[in-house]
Design a binder for this molecule. Structure first.
Ligand code: CP3
Length: 344
């Protein structure tokens, strides 16, 4: 099949499609009973991410159930710190934890040497998933943006204020930049290898972009993402790159005009009408239903979904949420959402 005939790839190549393609961030996750049973028998969450046979099945679970237009690789942004030699754990009810990296001597303990050996299972997951995909469904690879990955590496896990990361970034920028540069290097190569293994589009998650002070935004969020996208484009010019800078609506024009970035994913706090006017003329837009509406479901969810489709109907749009599917989401609401977006 001509790649562009896949609705997701058509939209990411800036074509208007009616209806828009739909997939959801965290579409493979705890709200799905088949995920929970796979997870229960797989050991730790990281074990599941690094078990290609199981991770490929999980990647395809939401496709079999809902017929989404894209499957996203089942993995996590924190496989990169793990592959750099940092200790990473996922504890039920707590989330990810790491042994923090806070200065130059902590940095010296990390190594890029074995990164791609340790990440081999991720590439194999993509190869396996690519074989099980329906013809019109696209396979998305992903990575965390350097800033967001750095916050988990520096804070020791999820954080409310990211104070230690900001203190390091703003107080000792030469050292902190070595961490960012290391992440740019390995993340670009990671994404290029994902394409080699079957990824047809890539998303870069900058979930904590909104924690940066405005004056440091260009340096630690936009510039590293652009550099990664540029390297990916040099190696694989045909593969669209989606950036998801969460919590920074006023910075979206910088992504839209960057050239290396094909689409921006917008969070639910961002006004779609403003984005349709200011951003969509330059690049495809992905988003932005509030995941909380998937908890409620019913007429309000359907009304809000249709309104988003309508608002973005003048240009290229990929329907998605403003952030990931919440674990308490009823699966029937997801089915209703897909139908509403497709006008069924
Ligand atoms: O379906 C998909 O979207 C693909 C898989 C995927 C996961 N994590 C699986 C996951 C993707 C794309 C991610 C990205 C990710 N991981 C981000 C960026 C997007 C975002 O949510 O902002 C971030 C910040 C992480 C780090 C992370 N991983 C956190 C903070 C947590 C704990 C919170 C939680 O939801 O439990 C995780 C764990 C995680 N990643 C789970 C899944 C399915 C749940 C773990 C479990 O099953 O026990």
């Amino acid at each position: 099949m001509d790649l562009i005939q896949k609705p997701l790839l058509a939209a990411l190549n800036n074509r208007r499609t009616d209806p828009p393609p739909i997939w959801l961030m965290r579409q493979a996750g705890r709200y799905l009973p088949e995920y929970r049973s796979m997870r229960a028998g797989a050991g730790s969450f990281l074990d599941l991410c690094l078990d290609p046979a199981k991770a490929a099945i999980v990647t395809l679970q939401p496709i079999s159930r809902f017929g989404f237009d894209a499957a996203i690789l089942f993995s996590d942004i924190l496989v990169i710190p793990h592959a750099l030699g940092q200790k990473v754990d996922f504890e039920t009810g707590i989330g990810p934890t790491t042994v923090p990296v806070r200065n130059g001597s902590d940095l010296a303990k990390l190594s890029t040497e074995r990164v791609h050996d340790l990440l081999c299972p991720v590439y194999e997951t993509l190869e396996r998933a690519a074989h099980g995909m329906p013809d019109d469904v696209a396979l998305i690879g992903f990575a965390g943006a350097p800033w967001t990955v750095a916050t988990y590496m520096v804070e020791g896990g999820t954080s409310r204020d990211h104070a230690a990361t900001r203190a390091w970034a703003l107080g000792a920028p030469e050292d902190f930049e070595r961490l960012i540069d290391m992440l740019v290097e390995v993340t670009a190569e990671f994404l290029i290898r994902q394409v080699g293994a079957g990824a047809e589009a890539l998303q870069i998650f900058d979930s904590w972009a909104g924690a940066l002070p405005a004056h440091a935004f260009a340096r630690y969020s936009l510039a590293p993402i652009r550099e990664i996208a540029a390297r990916v484009k040099r190696a694989c010019p045909q593969v669209p790159v989606i950036a998801f800078p969460r919590g920074v609506p006023l910075q979206l024009p910088g992504f839209a005009s960057a050239g290396e970035i094909d689409a921006v994913s917008i969070d639910h706090a961002t006004d779609p009408r403003w984005v349709a006017e200011r951003i969509q003329p330059s690049v495809a837009v992905q988003g932005n239903l509030d995941p909380a509406l998937l908890l409620t479901g019913g007429a309000e969810m359907i009304r809000a979904a249709r309104e988003i489709v309508e608002t973005f109907s003048g240009g290229a749009h990929v329907f998605n949420l403003g952030h990931g599917v919440l674990p308490a989401t009823p699966v029937e609401h997801v089915r209703d959402l897909v139908q509403a977006v497709r006008g069924e």
